[in-house]
Ligand binder design. Structure first.
Ligand code: ATP
Length: 356
């Protein structure tokens, strides 16, 4: 196992060109499961390839524990890797495919037998161990690829690059859960690239949210949901994402158009001191209907969608579009919806950064 340290790491593919990765300083804990999440082109694969050794960073260092691995080739880094498409030997049996990384390192056949059976059991491959890989489905082939990435016990980390892309949608959920269980059993450091938030949130202890070559936040799924440190994190995580309204701050209130929303006093003070472009952020599911004895704020309702578990209201508040998630029992009258923004759920942002 290994702690991964990115020490003043940055990358330009061409000298003097754009930074594919902006300078960053991070320590990822030994045994943690990290998901690199962000839109296409934000630098996830570049960062994963720098950690694996496929790409040499133009600046900074990569440390595995105390060892500086920056200039080491992938083979000398003690990592397991799983790619987007299966990397297997079609003519070999499933058993031999799983055994390959161990035989390559001269492990003893008794050990290999035990280890291959263990990994095959975890991935549900025990019944096909004697079959040739080319006779199996695409899903089974990718499971073999996952197994090959996970079979060595002496690796510091296992790196996954969108490994569920080729998996049948109805099996994805099952396999995500399986990877989670495997992580708990094997206690390996895992780094997992994805652009799918559900995949990242189910799989990871910590999600690394990236945009335009920068890491915007590293946090637990709960922290990303409750306290997004950047407006993009709020917008990208959640379904739908967080609401943001331009605002001014007056005393302990945020002014959104004509509306005045109560804000935590410390946060209001931090926002007044920060200045810049101020925005109020609140999650659609953390806005609640006003009770009969509460004044609340009026939301003009444009659309109501029944999404099974909840109703999604799209409307207008203080001149801005707003989304509100309601349970199906909430009554909406012709006058619109009256809502409360609970003070603990209201966050303020200055130039896209959380204040306070
Ligand atoms: P995707 O989800 O589409 O794979 P990503 O988040 O993994 O995207 P990267 O592939 O790491 O992003 O790309 C980050 C930036 O670096 C992009 O602007 C991309 O065009 C650029 N880039 C990636 N690979 C190279 C390369 N080999 N040469 C030059 N530029 C590259």
């Amino acid at each position: 196992m290994a702690r991964i340290e990115l020490n003043n790491l940055a990358h330009q593919y061409a000298p003097g060109g754009e930074y594919a990765l902006q300078p960053m300083q991070h320590v990822w804990e030994d045994g943690g499961a990290y998901a690199l999440l962000g839109p296409s082109g934000c630098g996830k694969t570049t960062l994963l390839n720098i950690i694996s050794g496929l790409v040499q960073p133009s600046e900074g260092k990569v440390m595995f524990g105390e060892q500086d691995v920056t200039t080491l080739s992938p083979e000398r880094r003690n990592i397991g890797q799983v790619f987007q498409f299966p990397v297997i030997y079609d003519t070999m049996t499933v058993y031999d495919n799983l055994a390959f990384p161990l035989r390559n390192r001269g492990m003893d056949e008794t050990y290999i037998h035990g280890r291959v059976n263990h990994i095959a059991g975890m991935l549900g491959l025990e019944d096909v161990l004697k079959r040739r890989a080319n006779n199996l489905t695409a899903d089974a082939k990718q499971k073999i690829s996952l197994g090959r990435g996970l079979v060595r016990e002496d690796v510091g980390a296992v790196l996954f690059d969108e490994p569920l892309t080729v998996i049948d949608p109805h099996l994805k959920w099952q396999l995500r859960r399986k990877l989670r269980e495997i992580h708990e059993q094997l206690n390996l450091t895992l780094v997992y690239v994805t652009h799918d938030q559900t995949e990242a949130l189910t799989f990871a202890d910590k999600v690394v949210v990236m945009l335009a070559g920068q890491v915007l936040q590293v946090g637990t799924p709960q922290a990303l949901f409750e306290r997004p440190e950047h407006t993009f994190v709020g917008y990208f995580i959640g379904s739908p994402g967080m609401n943001f309204f331009d605002c001014e701050v007056d005393g302990n209130e945020a002014l959104v158009g004509e509306e005045r929303v109560q804000v935590d006093p410390a946060m209001a003070e931090a926002a007044r001191n920060a200045g810049g472009r101020l925005q109020l952020g609140i999650r659609p599911g953390l806005i609640r209907p006003a009770g009969a004895d509460e004044t609340g704020h009026r939301v003009k309702v444009d659309k109501i969608e029944d999404l099974g578990d909840y109703e999604l209201v799209t409307g207008h508040f203080g001149g801005h579009e707003v989304h509100v998630r309601l349970d199906e029992t909430t009554k909406i009258d012709s006058d619109g919806l009256r809502v409360v923004f609970p003070v603990d759920n209201v966050l303020l942002y200055s130039d896209d950064r959380l204040v306070g």
